[in-house]
Design a protein around this ligand. Structure first.
Ligand SMILES: Nc1nc2c(ncn2[C@@H]2O[C@H](COP(=O)(O)OP(=O)(O)OP(=O)(O)O)[C@@H](O)[C@H]2O)c(=O)[nH]1
Ligand SMILES: [Mg+2]
Length: 313
Protein backbone atom coordinates (compact mmCIF):
# COMPACT_ATOMS: atom_id res chain seq x y z
CA UNK A 1 0.00 0.00 0.00
CA UNK A 2 1.28 3.45 -0.83
CA UNK A 3 2.15 5.77 2.00
CA UNK A 4 -0.19 8.45 0.68
CA UNK A 5 -3.26 6.23 0.72
CA UNK A 6 -3.73 5.53 4.40
CA UNK A 7 -6.44 3.05 5.34
CA UNK A 8 -9.33 3.96 7.61
CA UNK A 9 -7.60 3.08 10.85
CA UNK A 10 -4.20 4.42 9.85
CA UNK A 11 -2.53 7.62 10.90
CA UNK A 12 -2.49 10.26 8.15
CA UNK A 13 0.86 10.39 6.32
CA UNK A 14 3.56 12.63 7.69
CA UNK A 15 5.23 14.82 5.14
CA UNK A 16 7.56 17.77 5.36
CA UNK A 17 10.87 19.39 4.53
CA UNK A 18 13.97 19.39 6.74
CA UNK A 19 16.82 21.84 6.10
CA UNK A 20 20.23 20.57 7.21
CA UNK A 21 22.17 23.74 7.88
CA UNK A 22 25.39 24.69 9.61
CA UNK A 23 28.92 25.88 9.17
CA UNK A 24 31.12 24.38 6.45
CA UNK A 25 32.40 20.89 7.31
CA UNK A 26 29.86 20.30 10.10
CA UNK A 27 28.86 17.01 8.45
CA UNK A 28 25.57 17.94 6.76
CA UNK A 29 26.17 15.90 3.62
CA UNK A 30 27.44 12.93 5.64
CA UNK A 31 24.23 13.11 7.67
CA UNK A 32 22.05 13.32 4.55
CA UNK A 33 23.68 10.18 3.18
CA UNK A 34 23.35 8.43 6.53
CA UNK A 35 19.62 9.28 6.77
CA UNK A 36 19.00 8.03 3.23
CA UNK A 37 21.34 5.04 3.60
CA UNK A 38 22.61 6.03 0.15
CA UNK A 39 25.53 8.07 -1.06
CA UNK A 40 23.70 11.00 -2.66
CA UNK A 41 25.71 14.09 -1.67
CA UNK A 42 29.45 14.32 -2.05
CA UNK A 43 31.61 14.64 1.05
CA UNK A 44 35.14 15.86 1.63
CA UNK A 45 37.40 16.99 4.43
CA UNK A 46 37.60 20.44 2.77
CA UNK A 47 35.10 23.14 3.77
CA UNK A 48 32.59 24.46 1.19
CA UNK A 49 32.14 21.09 -0.53
CA UNK A 50 28.39 21.44 -1.10
CA UNK A 51 27.55 24.34 -3.39
CA UNK A 52 23.83 23.88 -4.03
CA UNK A 53 20.68 22.77 -2.29
CA UNK A 54 20.70 18.99 -2.61
CA UNK A 55 17.27 17.41 -2.23
CA UNK A 56 17.17 13.92 -0.68
CA UNK A 57 13.86 12.09 -0.22
CA UNK A 58 13.23 9.54 2.52
CA UNK A 59 9.95 7.69 2.02
CA UNK A 60 8.52 5.18 4.47
CA UNK A 61 5.09 3.73 5.19
CA UNK A 62 4.47 6.58 7.61
CA UNK A 63 5.21 9.30 5.09
CA UNK A 64 8.06 11.34 3.65
CA UNK A 65 10.91 13.47 4.90
CA UNK A 66 12.38 15.72 2.24
CA UNK A 67 15.88 16.82 3.22
CA UNK A 68 17.64 19.92 1.95
CA UNK A 69 21.40 19.47 2.26
CA UNK A 70 22.83 22.97 2.03
CA UNK A 71 26.18 24.73 1.59
CA UNK A 72 27.95 25.64 4.81
CA UNK A 73 27.31 29.23 5.86
CA UNK A 74 30.50 31.30 5.52
CA UNK A 75 31.65 34.79 4.68
CA UNK A 76 31.30 34.91 0.88
CA UNK A 77 34.13 36.44 -1.16
CA UNK A 78 32.95 35.48 -4.65
CA UNK A 79 29.67 35.56 -6.55
CA UNK A 80 29.54 31.75 -6.36
CA UNK A 81 29.88 31.89 -2.58
CA UNK A 82 27.17 34.50 -2.26
CA UNK A 83 24.88 32.13 -4.14
CA UNK A 84 25.92 29.26 -1.87
CA UNK A 85 25.03 31.18 1.26
CA UNK A 86 21.75 32.26 -0.33
CA UNK A 87 20.82 28.62 -1.04
CA UNK A 88 21.42 27.83 2.64
CA UNK A 89 19.47 30.80 3.95
CA UNK A 90 16.55 30.24 1.52
CA UNK A 91 16.42 26.58 2.55
CA UNK A 92 16.27 27.29 6.24
CA UNK A 93 13.53 29.84 5.69
CA UNK A 94 11.46 27.55 3.47
CA UNK A 95 11.73 24.26 5.37
CA UNK A 96 9.17 22.98 7.87
CA UNK A 97 11.98 22.00 10.22
CA UNK A 98 15.47 23.43 10.57
CA UNK A 99 18.08 20.95 11.72
CA UNK A 100 21.20 22.87 12.72
CA UNK A 101 24.35 20.76 12.70
CA UNK A 102 27.19 21.78 14.96
CA UNK A 103 30.62 20.15 15.03
CA UNK A 104 31.22 19.02 18.61
CA UNK A 105 34.93 18.48 17.94
CA UNK A 106 35.48 22.21 17.37
CA UNK A 107 35.13 24.77 20.12
CA UNK A 108 32.12 27.11 19.99
CA UNK A 109 33.10 30.29 18.15
CA UNK A 110 31.76 33.35 16.38
CA UNK A 111 30.66 31.27 13.37
CA UNK A 112 28.52 29.12 15.66
CA UNK A 113 27.06 32.25 17.26
CA UNK A 114 26.24 33.59 13.79
CA UNK A 115 24.46 30.32 12.93
CA UNK A 116 22.44 30.51 16.13
CA UNK A 117 21.32 34.04 15.30
CA UNK A 118 20.40 33.01 11.77
CA UNK A 119 18.44 29.96 12.84
CA UNK A 120 16.82 32.00 15.61
CA UNK A 121 15.10 34.12 12.97
CA UNK A 122 13.01 31.28 11.54
CA UNK A 123 9.55 30.57 12.84
CA UNK A 124 9.49 26.82 12.19
CA UNK A 125 10.59 24.06 14.51
CA UNK A 126 14.32 23.92 15.27
CA UNK A 127 16.38 20.87 16.15
CA UNK A 128 20.04 20.81 17.06
CA UNK A 129 22.17 17.87 15.97
CA UNK A 130 25.49 17.93 17.78
CA UNK A 131 27.66 16.00 15.34
CA UNK A 132 31.02 14.19 15.45
CA UNK A 133 30.49 13.00 19.01
CA UNK A 134 32.73 10.03 18.13
CA UNK A 135 35.66 12.48 18.36
CA UNK A 136 34.77 13.92 21.76
CA UNK A 137 34.83 12.49 25.30
CA UNK A 138 31.30 12.51 26.77
CA UNK A 139 31.99 14.92 29.68
CA UNK A 140 33.20 17.48 27.15
CA UNK A 141 29.88 17.36 25.30
CA UNK A 142 27.84 18.62 28.24
CA UNK A 143 29.02 22.26 28.30
CA UNK A 144 28.52 22.43 24.55
CA UNK A 145 24.99 21.07 24.84
CA UNK A 146 24.35 23.56 27.64
CA UNK A 147 25.10 26.49 25.30
CA UNK A 148 22.40 25.33 22.90
CA UNK A 149 19.96 24.50 25.70
CA UNK A 150 20.41 27.99 27.19
CA UNK A 151 19.48 29.57 23.86
CA UNK A 152 16.01 28.00 24.35
CA UNK A 153 15.71 27.84 20.58
CA UNK A 154 15.63 24.11 20.04
CA UNK A 155 12.78 21.66 20.51
CA UNK A 156 15.39 18.88 20.83
CA UNK A 157 19.15 18.54 21.09
CA UNK A 158 20.44 15.23 19.75
CA UNK A 159 24.09 14.15 19.93
CA UNK A 160 25.02 12.16 16.82
CA UNK A 161 27.82 10.83 14.74
CA UNK A 162 26.85 11.08 11.09
CA UNK A 163 29.96 9.05 10.31
CA UNK A 164 29.25 6.02 12.52
CA UNK A 165 25.46 6.46 12.52
CA UNK A 166 25.33 6.77 16.31
CA UNK A 167 22.24 8.70 17.40
CA UNK A 168 20.97 9.13 13.83
CA UNK A 169 17.97 6.83 14.42
CA UNK A 170 17.03 8.96 17.42
CA UNK A 171 17.35 12.11 15.32
CA UNK A 172 15.19 10.58 12.59
CA UNK A 173 12.51 9.69 15.15
CA UNK A 174 12.55 13.30 16.38
CA UNK A 175 12.18 14.52 12.79
CA UNK A 176 9.27 12.15 12.07
CA UNK A 177 7.56 13.36 15.25
CA UNK A 178 8.08 16.97 14.21
CA UNK A 179 6.87 16.98 10.60
CA UNK A 180 3.26 17.90 9.87
CA UNK A 181 0.69 15.58 8.31
CA UNK A 182 -0.02 16.12 4.67
CA UNK A 183 0.23 14.79 1.15
CA UNK A 184 3.57 13.44 -0.03
CA UNK A 185 5.67 16.02 -1.83
CA UNK A 186 7.30 13.59 -4.24
CA UNK A 187 6.80 10.15 -5.76
CA UNK A 188 7.92 7.77 -2.97
CA UNK A 189 10.13 5.86 -5.42
CA UNK A 190 12.38 8.90 -5.87
CA UNK A 191 15.59 9.35 -3.91
CA UNK A 192 16.27 12.79 -5.35
CA UNK A 193 15.07 15.23 -8.01
CA UNK A 194 18.46 15.99 -9.55
CA UNK A 195 19.41 14.69 -12.98
CA UNK A 196 22.07 11.98 -13.31
CA UNK A 197 24.37 14.42 -15.10
CA UNK A 198 24.49 16.74 -12.11
CA UNK A 199 25.16 13.86 -9.70
CA UNK A 200 27.90 12.59 -12.02
CA UNK A 201 29.60 16.01 -12.18
CA UNK A 202 29.46 16.17 -8.39
CA UNK A 203 31.06 12.74 -8.00
CA UNK A 204 33.89 13.73 -10.34
CA UNK A 205 34.36 16.92 -8.31
CA UNK A 206 34.55 14.80 -5.15
CA UNK A 207 37.53 12.94 -6.58
CA UNK A 208 39.19 16.28 -7.40
CA UNK A 209 38.59 17.50 -3.84
CA UNK A 210 40.07 14.32 -2.40
CA UNK A 211 43.49 14.91 -3.98
CA UNK A 212 43.80 18.71 -3.95
CA UNK A 213 44.56 21.26 -1.25
CA UNK A 214 45.11 24.96 -0.58
CA UNK A 215 43.10 27.14 -2.98
CA UNK A 216 42.46 24.44 -5.60
CA UNK A 217 39.40 22.77 -4.01
CA UNK A 218 37.66 26.15 -3.83
CA UNK A 219 38.48 27.29 -7.35
CA UNK A 220 37.59 24.11 -9.23
CA UNK A 221 34.35 22.97 -10.76
CA UNK A 222 33.27 20.22 -13.13
CA UNK A 223 31.20 20.63 -16.29
CA UNK A 224 29.74 17.73 -18.25
CA UNK A 225 30.53 18.67 -21.87
CA UNK A 226 29.11 15.66 -23.64
CA UNK A 227 27.09 12.63 -22.60
CA UNK A 228 26.90 9.89 -25.20
CA UNK A 229 24.63 6.90 -24.69
CA UNK A 230 25.58 3.65 -26.50
CA UNK A 231 23.86 3.31 -29.86
CA UNK A 232 20.70 1.21 -30.02
CA UNK A 233 21.64 -2.33 -29.09
CA UNK A 234 25.06 -1.18 -27.86
CA UNK A 235 24.12 -1.41 -24.20
CA UNK A 236 23.32 -5.08 -24.73
CA UNK A 237 26.84 -5.57 -26.07
CA UNK A 238 28.13 -3.93 -22.90
CA UNK A 239 29.22 -0.79 -24.71
CA UNK A 240 29.98 2.02 -22.26
CA UNK A 241 28.20 5.27 -21.61
CA UNK A 242 30.72 7.91 -22.74
CA UNK A 243 31.11 10.97 -20.55
CA UNK A 244 33.33 13.92 -21.51
CA UNK A 245 33.85 16.40 -18.67
CA UNK A 246 35.93 19.52 -18.08
CA UNK A 247 37.51 20.47 -14.80
CA UNK A 248 37.64 24.25 -14.63
CA UNK A 249 40.48 26.00 -12.81
CA UNK A 250 41.15 29.68 -12.39
CA UNK A 251 44.90 29.91 -12.91
CA UNK A 252 47.39 28.26 -15.30
CA UNK A 253 49.45 27.03 -12.31
CA UNK A 254 46.38 25.18 -11.03
CA UNK A 255 45.99 23.46 -14.37
CA UNK A 256 49.58 22.32 -14.14
CA UNK A 257 48.99 20.86 -10.67
CA UNK A 258 45.80 19.06 -11.68
CA UNK A 259 47.33 17.53 -14.79
CA UNK A 260 50.38 16.52 -12.81
CA UNK A 261 53.74 15.26 -13.98
CA UNK A 262 53.24 13.25 -17.15
CA UNK A 263 49.46 13.54 -16.66
CA UNK A 264 49.58 11.32 -13.58
CA UNK A 265 47.28 13.42 -11.39
CA UNK A 266 44.42 13.75 -13.88
CA UNK A 267 44.80 10.09 -14.77
CA UNK A 268 44.34 8.96 -11.17
CA UNK A 269 41.36 11.32 -10.69
CA UNK A 270 39.85 9.87 -13.87
CA UNK A 271 40.34 6.27 -12.75
CA UNK A 272 38.85 6.90 -9.30
CA UNK A 273 35.89 8.75 -10.84
CA UNK A 274 35.25 6.12 -13.50
CA UNK A 275 35.20 3.27 -10.97
CA UNK A 276 32.85 5.23 -8.72
CA UNK A 277 30.55 6.16 -11.62
CA UNK A 278 30.34 2.58 -12.85
CA UNK A 279 29.16 1.50 -9.43
CA UNK A 280 26.77 4.45 -9.13
CA UNK A 281 25.25 4.09 -12.61
CA UNK A 282 25.52 0.28 -12.61
CA UNK A 283 26.92 0.16 -16.12
CA UNK A 284 30.21 0.47 -17.98
CA UNK A 285 31.50 4.04 -18.26
CA UNK A 286 34.14 5.60 -20.47
CA UNK A 287 35.25 8.87 -18.89
CA UNK A 288 37.40 11.55 -20.49
CA UNK A 289 38.54 14.47 -18.34
CA UNK A 290 40.01 17.71 -19.62
CA UNK A 291 41.42 20.48 -17.43
CA UNK A 292 40.39 23.92 -18.67
CA UNK A 293 41.75 27.28 -17.61
CA UNK A 294 38.72 29.56 -17.10
CA UNK A 295 39.84 32.75 -15.32
CA UNK A 296 37.35 34.15 -12.82
CA UNK A 297 34.67 31.50 -13.36
CA UNK A 298 33.49 31.96 -9.76
CA UNK A 299 32.37 35.46 -10.75
CA UNK A 300 30.89 34.44 -14.10
CA UNK A 301 27.12 34.78 -13.72
CA UNK A 302 26.32 32.98 -16.98
CA UNK A 303 28.40 29.97 -16.04
CA UNK A 304 27.01 29.96 -12.50
CA UNK A 305 23.48 30.08 -13.91
CA UNK A 306 24.30 27.11 -16.17
CA UNK A 307 25.62 25.18 -13.16
CA UNK A 308 22.50 26.07 -11.22
CA UNK A 309 20.24 24.91 -14.06
CA UNK A 310 22.11 21.60 -14.23
CA UNK A 311 20.51 20.69 -10.87
CA UNK A 312 17.08 20.39 -12.50
CA UNK A 313 13.95 21.28 -10.54
N1 LIG B 1 34.71 11.82 12.90
C1 LIG B 1 33.64 12.27 12.24
N2 LIG B 1 33.79 12.88 11.08
C2 LIG B 1 32.68 13.31 10.43
C3 LIG B 1 31.38 13.15 10.97
N3 LIG B 1 30.50 13.69 10.10
C4 LIG B 1 31.21 14.16 9.07
N4 LIG B 1 32.53 13.93 9.26
C5 LIG B 1 33.64 14.31 8.38
O1 LIG B 1 33.66 15.72 8.29
C6 LIG B 1 34.08 16.14 7.00
C7 LIG B 1 33.03 17.06 6.41
O2 LIG B 1 31.86 16.31 6.15
P1 LIG B 1 30.75 16.82 5.14
O3 LIG B 1 29.59 15.90 5.28
O4 LIG B 1 31.32 17.03 3.77
O5 LIG B 1 30.42 18.21 5.80
P2 LIG B 1 29.41 19.34 5.26
O6 LIG B 1 28.79 19.98 6.46
O7 LIG B 1 28.49 18.78 4.25
O8 LIG B 1 30.44 20.34 4.62
P3 LIG B 1 30.17 21.49 3.48
O9 LIG B 1 29.40 20.87 2.36
O10 LIG B 1 31.54 21.86 3.08
O11 LIG B 1 29.44 22.59 4.18
C8 LIG B 1 34.31 14.84 6.20
O12 LIG B 1 35.69 14.52 6.27
C9 LIG B 1 33.48 13.82 6.96
O13 LIG B 1 33.95 12.51 6.84
C10 LIG B 1 31.26 12.48 12.23
O14 LIG B 1 30.19 12.29 12.80
N5 LIG B 1 32.43 12.08 12.83
MG1 LIG C 1 28.18 19.27 2.30
Amino acid sequence: MRADTPGEDREPAKSGTVALVGRPNAGKSTLLNCCLAEKLAIVSDKPQTTRHRIVGILSEERGQLVFYDTPGVHRPLHRMNRLMVRYAVDSLREADIVCLLADASQSFGSGDRYMLDLVGQVKGKRILALNKVDLVAKPKLLPRMAIYAESEMFAEIVPISALTGDGVDTLLEVLWQSVPSGPLLYDPDLLTIHPERFLVAERIREKVLAVTRDELPFSTTVLIEHWQEPETGGARKNEPLRIYASILVERPGQKKILVGRGGQMIKSIGTAARLDLQEFLERPVYLELHVRHEPGWRENSRLLADLDRSLGR
